[in-house]
Structures are given as C-alpha cells and as structure tokens.
Design a protein around this ligand. Structure first.
Ligand SMILES: [Fe+2]
Length: 235
C-alpha cells in the first residue's frame, strides 16, 4: 500500500454515506420477497453496463501497467450479468422468455453508468481506477455484503452471482490503487482525486435511492405528450 491511505479513507467515508441512503433503510425493513422484484431490474442495467464498461476500458487502454489489471478485471466480471439473469429467472423475477428490459432503467441508473463510460472515453487511467475500482467496486462490495444476507433471510437463496461479488469485489476495489501517483490531500492532484471519489459516490447514492421509487409493473416509461401534427406526416 502506498501512502495514499488518505484517499482510501475518504473513499470509505463516501461509501458510508452511500450505505446510509434510503434504499438500504427500505431494504432492511423489507419482509416481502417480491419487493426485490421492484429494483432487481435496475441492478440488471447496472450490471450489464458495468461489465460492458470494463471490456471497453481494457480494449481502449494502451498503457501496459494499467492494461494488465484492466484485462483481469474485465475477465473476472464477464459473465456476471448472465448469472444475474439466471438468478432472476430462477426466482421468478423474470419469465423464461421475457426480456429484462421490459422495465426501463431510471435516469439515475443510467447516469451512474454514463459516468463510468465517460471516464473511459475522456479521462485518465488514474481517473478510471478511482471511479471504477476504488468507488464502484467499493460500493458494489457494500451492496452485495448487505443484500446477500437479506435475500437469504427472505428465502431467496442468493446463488453464485451474489456470493461471487462478496468474495472478489474487495480485491477489485484495490486493483490499480498502487498506480495512483502519491500526493497530499491538499495538493491540486489530491483535490482532483477526491472530487472523482465524491462525484462517483454521489451518483451511486442517487442511483440506489431511485431504486426505491420504481415499479416492476411499469412496462413503459412515462413519456412526454406527443402533439400530433398532420403536416409532418408524409403522404
Ligand atoms: Fe467486481
């Protein structure tokens, strides 16, 4: 571990704020297994986009030191979304032939993934390590270690998908941390790094909270009214 412990501590503090959000409070008081169906489709979108982002990050990376860890990370997550879909079907949260996308993602779910994709397309490798490993995987570790026992208590038997995250996300959050240039928290680099931590954590907090406001019965998103204008219709 390099002397960037201050960044690790700050990331942990931000993760604690995410962990104290409304979603986890609602989850704690849940006694109906079907309540899980309300947010598990959102988890599908998050999982699908996150695994895609990891593959894209590896494909775009040109720095051998980063490429090595980006490759390993992408490989270790590659089938996670498929595992989640299998679990959803097993638990009757998704019909055998139904598309998981019949419930639309919340804007907040899309925003958290968009930040990861943007980091890969526009920002430095260090930015990517902070956003995607330190925070995304840290938040993921907190999520899975909290939710898996809850699923167990609801009789939902968390399978391989849930337990795999409990085991490897702690490893994933530390990947690449030693490649972050050492700096003081008050330096301009340090402040920029802390800002990435805050932004990513902020987006995850809002993403989880949006999951308490969705309904799996909402088949189509609320759309703005369409003003029919006949002159625009081709004849
Ligand atoms: Fe992970």
């Amino acid at each position: 571990m390099n002397s960037m412990k201050w960044l690790l501590d700050y990331a942990y503090e931000c993760r604690e704020i995410v962990r104290s959000c409304n979603f986890f409070k609602v989850l704690e008081s849940t006694s109906d297994p079907m309540d899980v169906k309300e947010w598990v489709h959102q988890l599908y979108y998050q999982s699908r986009d996150f695994t895609s982002a990891l593959s894209l990050r590896h494909a775009m990376c040109q720095e051998p030191a980063f490429q090595r860890i980006f490759a390993r990370h992408a490989l270790e997550e590659v089938d996670h979304c498929e595992q989640l879909l299998n679990w959803m079907r097993k638990r009757n949260f998704l019909e055998a032939n139904a598309e998981p996308t019949y419930v639309p993602p919340t804007l907040e779910t899309q925003l958290a993934s968009a930040y990861c994709f943007r980091s890969i397309l526009r920002e430095s490798y260090v930015h990517q390590v902070i956003a995607i490993n330190l925070i995304s995987e840290g938040v993921s570790y907190d999520f899975f270690t909290t939710v898996a026992p809850k699923l167990e208590s609801l009789g939902l038997q968390p399978g391989r998908y849930w337990h795999a995250h409990e085991e490897i996300d702690q490893e994933h959050l530390a990947m690449g941390f030693n490649l972050i240039p050492v700096c003081e928290p008050k330096s301009s680099e340090g402040q920029a790094y802390a800002h990435i931590v805050w932004e990513m954590a902020f987006l995850y907090k809002h993403m989880f909270d949006s999951w308490t406001r969705v309904s799996s019965d909402r088949l189509i998103p609320d759309a703005p009214p369409i003003n029919y204008s006949p002159e625009l219709v081709a004849t």
